[in-house]
Design a protein around this ligand. Structure first.
Ligand code: MG
Length: 251
């Protein structure tokens, strides 16, 4: 299914919103310290979003998430609900944020280690999950298919021998937080849905140090690995251009 055409003003709003999201993430990286609770961080992010003249999309009635940002710790993969849990040195934390700016939505995520530099297996997990995202984006040479993107992500993750979460996928984004097409983190080049110039999608590899199976926790939001292994998640919103992809959620 093709995405509805956006006006150049709508695309420009996504550019400006995406830059604001990236700015919030850059400051969040420095803000996060051991001993902070997830709820404290959520409140700080809510304040930043407001200062940027944007809206926390997750918190809107149509989404119904109970916070402004998803915070997923260790074996939690995505959609972690912030609680009074205090982050500890060495925790592997994923932040996933969608903001609405001038009516347009942008979506991004990153994973970091609290209070210390990533090392060993965790460093391997973070490095290669982020690399699968950046290599897939770099491989886009204009209008391609979702299978081209999935194949590029899968190739990096499988060479790194990481578990690939296949039950959760990237997606179209912009007019809505989640809209067609689905953008899986695996696939065959040339297969899937054809993308067009002006389409905006969120590419979001999720990988683990263990298996690929997932479970939903009792809060009905948080999705964790079934085997308890550590997970990572990196995401950008991109715009398909004539000859490549423009990353909207970076500075
Ligand atoms: Mg997303």
């Amino acid at each position: 299914m093709s995405q509805p055409t956006k006006t150049s003003a709508q695309i420009q709003a996504m550019r400006e919103g995406g830059r604001r999201l990236a700015q919030i993430f850059a400051e969040l990286r420095d803000y996060v310290q051991p001993g902070m609770t997830e709820l404290e961080i959520d409140a700080w992010v809510a304040e930043q979003i407001k200062e940027h003249g944007a809206e926390a999309t997750y918190r809107t009635a149509e989404v119904g998430f109970p916070a402004s940002i998803c915070i997923s710790v260790n074996d939690q993969i995505v959609h972690g609900v912030p609680t009074d849990y205090e982050l500890a040195v060495g925790d592997v934390v994923s932040f996933d944020l969608v903001i609405t700016y001038q009516g347009m939505k942008t979506d991004a995520a990153f994973t970091m280690v609290v209070g210390e530099a990533p090392r060993g297996a965790v460093k391997h997990l973070l490095t290669h999950t982020e690399r699968s995202l950046m290599e897939a984006i770099a491989a886009i040479d204009g209008p391609c298919t979702t299978g081209d993107i999935g194949a590029a992500v899968e190739s990096v993750l499988s060479r790194a021998k990481l578990g690939i979460i296949r039950e959760l996928v990237g997606h179209g984004v912009g007019l809505e937080m989640h809209m067609p097409p689905e953008v899986p983190n695996w696939g065959r080049a040339g297969s899937g849905v054809q993308l067009h110039v002006g389409d905006t999608i969120a590419i979001e590899p999720m990988a683990t140090l263990g298996g690929a199976r997932i479970r939903t926790e009792d809060d009905d939001w948080t999705i964790s690995t079934r085997d308890g292994s550590l997970a990572a998640h990196f995401e950008h919103t991109i715009l398909i251009t004539e000859s490549g992809a423009e990353i909207l959620t970076q500075l």
